[in-house]
Design a binder for this molecule. Structure first.
Ligand code: ATP
Length: 487
């Protein structure tokens, strides 16, 4: 496997996976656009997540490793929410990074990234290590994007683009419990855009200012929350492996006690060895956090903070009033079996759809050499996507543009699309070149109609990874490809 980020980025642009945002105007730092193939790929990542976490979930069975059966439901909340949400969640006061400016190069940097950021004036040194660096004292910078609502809006009408989808789930907890038949334990899942005004967006789509999250808030009894935490941590790690990420590049890193948020009994990150990182370094794909009852209580009572005894209580102003009032609504849960009322504990597996997509792109990138139509070895770029994620599932070619082959190929292409398989038709250039075009975008199967097809009613099915070619009856080709995509 090739560990070159430049090559992955170049392929993304060349084949229409990812483009720089507003490129014709010089680009907009921290924002990216997905091209036709990237759109399909990212949609497949999201769909795989939603299917595996929600749609295919059987709430009557206990999955392997789970303490009991459980339910999973979906939600889609708005990007802009009541400003009080962010005051009570802690984002208004606490969601910031420390930044420093350099008087010399005029650069702005995240303080915690300084040890890995090359100095713009002397890239062989990191920022702060070069003798001319003149850094300011670190200052707080809130990462939430602010906007003003309404035509006559003033500062009092300020609102924020959500920096995470999770809070939309917490504030709808009561609605979901009251409007559906979910009982504890259960999870509410949401996929959607989030926005963070990152100080230094970098590493392609890894750190952007607009990105998509796939989040689960899993509600359970407090006395079972440790077991559920372990279950979700392991299940989410295995999800990436099942979609083709290799074991040597994926780690599950448990946070040390001093890294944990004050309310958490455990947090783990699923991290991937991205090619832009040094050997032995990993970047976060997903965090799985045990959040206790912090979020539901904060939205009920007001923003919580630790008191001198280390317990969570509503943060007060010097005059004794709560700093931020909660909703005052009852977000507790009544267990009708045990006749107990309590605030559920929460396990939060929070994944980034863009970071996941980027990891699948990096993992898929391979190069080898294959003989061309004249038998000469040619460089081949091969994207080994898992068949579920591949943006194009099959390509259909007529060997030549005559003798009825284009018509037969077109009929197969139509059947593939009617069966819901994303498919391409290609009759330009020599067959070897067409195979290479499909290998470069990760199409698992190519189907060729040739001179024998009219007689034997068979086509050649070529496998992207094994390069094996088999004759398959035309009448069975859609079923055959469908079956192979699932296996
Ligand atoms: P980091 O430490 O890398 O800034 P984080 O710990 O703040 O990430 P979370 O708040 O746990 O991230 O968000 C959950 C997930 O959302 C992350 O694991 C990541 O996949 C995704 N994510 C967060 N920030 C960004 C970003 N700026 N660009 C792309 N994806 C992001």
């Amino acid at each position: 496997m090739i560990r070159s980020m430049d090559k992955v980025v170049a392929l993304c642009k060349r084949r229409g996976f990812i483009f720089q945002n507003s490129e014709i105007y010089g680009g907009q730092n921290g924002f990216w656009d997905y091209g036709p193939l990237g759109t399909e790929l990212k949609r497949n990542v999201r769909d795989a997540w939603y299917h595996d976490m929600v749609q295919a979930h059987n709430e009557l069975l206990t999955p392997a490793g789970a303490p009991s059966p459980f339910q999973m439901v979906g939600l889609e909340s708005a990007i802009i929410m009541h400003p009080q949400v962010w005051k009570c969640s802690g984002h208004y006061d606490l969601f910031h990074d420390m930044m420093v400016d350099c008087h010399e190069c005029k650069g702005r940097f995240r303080q915690d990234h300084l040890p890995s950021t090359p100095c713009p004036l002397k890239p062989s040194r990191t920022v702060g290590q070069h003798t001319s660096c003149r850094l300011t004292e670190p200052r707080e910078f809130n990462l939430m994007f602010k906007t003003i609502l309404g035509a006559l809006g003033t500062e009092d009408d300020a609102a924020f683009l959500r920096p995470e989808t999770a809070q939309g789930i917490f504030v709808n907890f009561r609605n979901v419990v009251d409007s559906t038949r979910v009982r504890l334990p259960f999870g509410i899942c949401q996929v959607g855009k989030s926005f963070r005004n990152e100080i230094t967006p970098r590493n392609f789509t890894f750190r952007s200012r607009e990105f998509e999250q796939m989040e689960i808030e899993f509600f359970c009894r407090p006395d079972q929350s440790r077991d559920w935490y372990t279950y979700w941590r392991d299940r989410r790690y295995n999800w990436y492996l099942g979609l083709g990420i290799s074991l040597d590049r994926l780690i599950l890193r448990d946070h040390h006690a001093d890294e944990l948020a004050h309310y958490s009994v455990g947090t783990a990150d699923i991290e991937y060895a991205f090619p832009f990182l040094d050997a032995g370094q990993y970047g976060e794909l997903e965090g799985i956090a045990h959040r206790g009852d912090f979020d539901l209580r904060s939205h009920m009572e007001g923003k919580l903070a630790k008191n001198a005894a280390g317990e969570l209580e509503v943060e007060k102003l010097p005059d004794g009033r709560p700093k931020y009032r909660g909703s005052g609504k009852d977000l507790s849960y009544f267990d009708d079996q045990t006749r107990e009322r309590f605030v559920p504990h929460v396990i939060e597996p929070s994944a980034g759809a863009d970071r996941g997509t980027l990891a699948f792109l990096c993992e898929a990138y391979h190069e080898d050499q294959q003989p061309d139509d004249k038998g000469e070895l040619q460089e081949r770029v091969l994207m080994k996507f898992h068949p579920r994620l591949a943006p194009v599932k099959a390509a259909v070619f007529p060997l030549i543009k005559k003798e009825g082959m284009p018509e037969q190929a077109m009929a197969i292409y139509g059947e593939m699309r009617a069966a819901g398989l994303s498919c391409q038709f290609d009759q330009q250039a020599a067959i070897g070149k067409r195979y290479r075009r499909q290998d470069e975008i990760g199409t698992p199967f190519c189907i060729t109609v040739d001179g024998d097809t009219a007689q034997d009613k068979c086509v050649t099915l070529r496998d992207r990874d094994t390069l094996q070619q088999e004759r398959i009856p035309v009448a069975r080709i859609v079923d055959e490809v469908t079956m192979r995509l699932k296996s």
